[in-house]
Design a protein around this ligand. Structure first.
Ligand SMILES: Nc1nc2c(c(=O)[nH]1)N[C@H]1C(S)=C(S)[C@@H](COP(=O)(O)O)O[C@H]1N2
Ligand SMILES: [Mo]
Length: 332
């Protein structure tokens, strides 16, 4: 097992993954689910992962009620390319990365069905005067808005999504942050019984990510509670996830339950697992290749693949470039 432990399938575009790596990763996941050899053989014979029918609803999420009213932020109404269509079979609601619910792209939509963190509490702790607890309503009352952002996964696929949420800065303003705080750490829920992927010892669960405090406070950084006009489905990170569109997708932790202010750069799940491949900053940069593939272009999510050039900071250099020195480009 040791040799596959450090090569999860999402490091390769699904189309480029060898049958062996697909098979081994699937076998690993089935084992953690406690299914037997028969199920394994069936999956292996089918060759491709089963895909969930496109559904915009989930009873668990419906219980949270509809999103409160919001408006489209005119500054982010146009991301310079078409919004990814939900009419396509390969779309943002069925093609996901959410390792807690499987390493295959189509697994989270199936395996996370019915998952919810309800009642939900977000905790803000660490270098703050007093820890703060916020419910979903408290957060959305800070003022939700819609923004269309480009999204770029480190695996070189991309999409364009109308997210609904609150600038993270508005949430962090609820806490009295101490002057020593320089970073924010984000943590996902931990519940291996409901999220079988968390039984995998390949990763340091729960999912962890982090931002420098100025990045967390940047105008672009969004705490997202909805997309395409509805609440996030389980596979998209119910009820709250992060979106930092100038960084690779893995910086946007899903189903976040805790934000911790720290003085030191916090550990992240991917950097801990594969430090040489996944750095803390992870700013999109076509000139800095991943050690195993180029980042010069990306494939837009759709039934018919369209490949487009990747832009530095995913095209958001005007908004975020001033936060970085040239040195950071080398740090990727
Ligand atoms: N908790 C958690 N958050 C996560 C991940 C994950 O596996 N677990 N995957 C990340 C990666 S690699 C990407 S590209 C995006 C994918 O978001 P999407 O499935 O909504 O496209 O979620 C990120 N957030
Ligand atoms: Mo990703």
């Amino acid at each position: 097992m040791a040799n596959i432990i450090h090569r999860p399938s999402w490091h390769l575009p699904e189309s480029a993954a060898t049958p062996e790596s697909l098979y081994l990763n699937r076998r690993h996941f089935i084992k953690t689910l406690g299914l037997g050899a028969a199920a394994m053989a069936v999956t292996a014979r089918c060759g491709v992962a089963q895909q969930a029918p496109v559904s915009r609803t989930d009873p668990a999420v419906e219980k949270l009620g509809p999103l409160p009213e919001y408006e489209l932020n005119a500054d982010f109404a146009d991301a310079g390319r078409a919004i990814t269509s939900l009419d396509d079979k390969v779309n943002p609601l069925v093609y996901n990365n959410f390792y807690e619910f499987g390493v295959g792209k189509f697994q989270p939509a199936i395996n996370a069905k019915g998952f919810t963190l309800d009642p939900y509490t977000l905790e803000i702790d660490g270098l703050v005067k007093e820890p703060v607890k916020l419910g979903l309503e408290d957060i959305e009352k800070l003022g939700i808005e819609e923004r269309v952002y480009r999204f770029r996964c480190v695996e070189a696929w991309a999409m364009t999504v109308p997210w609904v949420g609150v600038p993270l800065a508005k949430i962090l303003a609820k806490a009295d942050i101490l002057p020593e705080a320089k970073y924010v750490a984000f943590e996902t829920f931990y519940d291996p019984e409901r999220a079988p992927g968390q039984n995998s010892r390949e990763y340091d669960w729960p999912y962890k990510e982090g931002l420098r405090l100025d990045e967390a406070m940047n105008e672009m950084t969004m705490a997202v509670t909805g997309m395409y006009g509805k609440r996030l489905l389980p596979q998209s990170g119910t009820p709250l996830r992060l979106i930092t569109p100038w960084k690779y997708g893995y910086k946007g932790a899903k189903s976040i339950v805790k934000m911790t202010l720290t003085a030191e750069q916090p550990p992240t799940l991917w950097n801990t697992a594969l430090a040489a491949e996944y750095k803390f900053y992870s700013n999109v940069d076509p000139k800095v290749p991943h050690p195993r593939w180029s980042q010069a272009s990306e494939k837009l999510l759709a039934d018919k693949i369209v490949e487009v050039p990747t832009q530095w900071y995913n095209g958001y250099g005007d908004q975020v470039g001033a936060m970085y020195a040239d040195r950071d480009r080398v740090l990727y």
